[in-house]
Design a protein around this ligand. Structure first.
Ligand code: BEZ
Ligand code: FE
Length: 333
């Protein structure tokens, strides 16, 4: 970041008579902050402000100003941070969302996902429905609707550079989509017919198809509708660890923090059914060395899965059975 690295300050708020002045002791010398600045910024919000903004901005301004005072943020450092954010904007387009990536490496998308789940869901609190995980920037709408039992691996031939790994990691993934009704918490979940399981993951080279011109359109993506017993089934690959895009400002920031960019191997899902809260989540392969060190902090214990060796199936060397439990949506909630 900037040139100067002043020590963190210790702040002492003065008595109420001097409440507009904050004294910060650095290296034995006293620095004074005009605390009324924070109050003035908060008070500048007008009576017709957007209600949610009027609610949240006082807290944001206080945290922002307290942070700047606490770390003795200098103009150089602030300018560097502004440039980082500007660079994120310049780099973002409909194929890449660098600002979201910056939030991800700071754990903000995971935190906001958790907050949202706490607000909309009662059952996840008691651990009965499947936990959510972040969407990430690589979802595509309109993946093909495929018959159960078919494969999301497209055009795999020995000419594909990662053919051998794809064969070694070929997997048959099955499970059910179940309904949990929070009004009857002790009732076992019941199967959901016609739920949609929307799935996507990277190729063994760690790239999603839209990042990799050598992959067919919509490779390793598909949607499956559950049968009358709530079952889905498809062929895919065991997922591999991959680095989040680190050739931009988010990557530069990771390097400055001495952090790696890797995500543990995972498969993304959006599971939806009429009358139920849509679940956005990921499952994580327990073989992965990054399982405890996800660069975007999305791993949750209940989402870690174990693939079993699969016998007598020329299409798959591994199998996984995983049930998704959706929460019935309460009217008016
Ligand atoms: C992903 O899993 O696709 C992802 C999530 C956050 C940042 C980058 C990628
Ligand atoms: Fe991903």
């Amino acid at each position: 970041m900037g040139q100067t690295h002043p020590q963190m300050s210790q702040t002492h708020h003065m008595s109420s008579a001097d409440s507009a002045v904050d004294v910060s002791i650095m290296d034995g010398s006293e620095k004074k902050f005009d605390l009324s600045l924070t109050d003035k910024v908060i008070a500048a919000t007008g009576p017709n402000a957007h209600p949610r903004l009027a609610q949240v901005m006082p807290s944001l301004v206080r945290h922002l100003h307290d942070f700047a005072r606490e770390v003795n943020l200098t103009v150089d450092e602030w300018t560097t941070a502004i440039e980082l954010i500007n660079e994120c904007g310049r780099m973002s387009n409909d194929r890449r969302n660098e600002t979201q990536l910056l939030c991800d490496i700071l754990g903000l998308e995971t935190l906001v996902d958790e907050i949202t789940a706490n607000i909309v869901s009662s059952a996840s609190v008691s651990g009965t429905s499947t936990p959510s995980a972040i969407l990430g920037p690589f979802y595509r709408h309109d993946a093909p609707l495929l018959p159960n039992g078919s494969s999301i691996v497209k055009d795999l031939t020995p000419a594909v550079p990662w053919y051998d790994q794809a064969v070694a990691d070929s997997a048959y993934i099955t499970g059910r989509v179940l309904s949990h009704n929070p009004l009857f918490p002790d009732m076992p979940p019941t199967p959901l017919r016609n739920a949609i399981v929307d799935v996507w993951h990277t190729a063994p080279n760690g790239l999603y198809e839209q990042q990799d011109p050598s992959q067919p359109d919509m490779n390793l993506r598909g949607r499956f509708a559950t049968d009358a017993q709530g079952r889905y089934a498809f062929y895919a690959l065991r997922p591999v660890a991959y680095p989040i895009p680190d050739d931009g400002p988010a990557g530069k920031f990771l390097a400055l923090l001495d952090r790696h960019p890797h995500r543990p191997g995972h498969i993304h899902f959006i599971v939806s059914a009429t009358g139920h809260r849509t679940l956005t989540t990921q499952i994580f392969d327990d073989r992965d060395e990054y399982i405890e060190k996800d660069s975007v902090f999305a791993v949750k214990d209940d989402l870690v899965v174990h693939f079993e060796p699969r016998e007598r199936d020329p299409q798959a060397k591994w199998s996984l059975n995983y049930d998704f439990v959706l929460e019935a949506a309460m009217m008016g909630l």
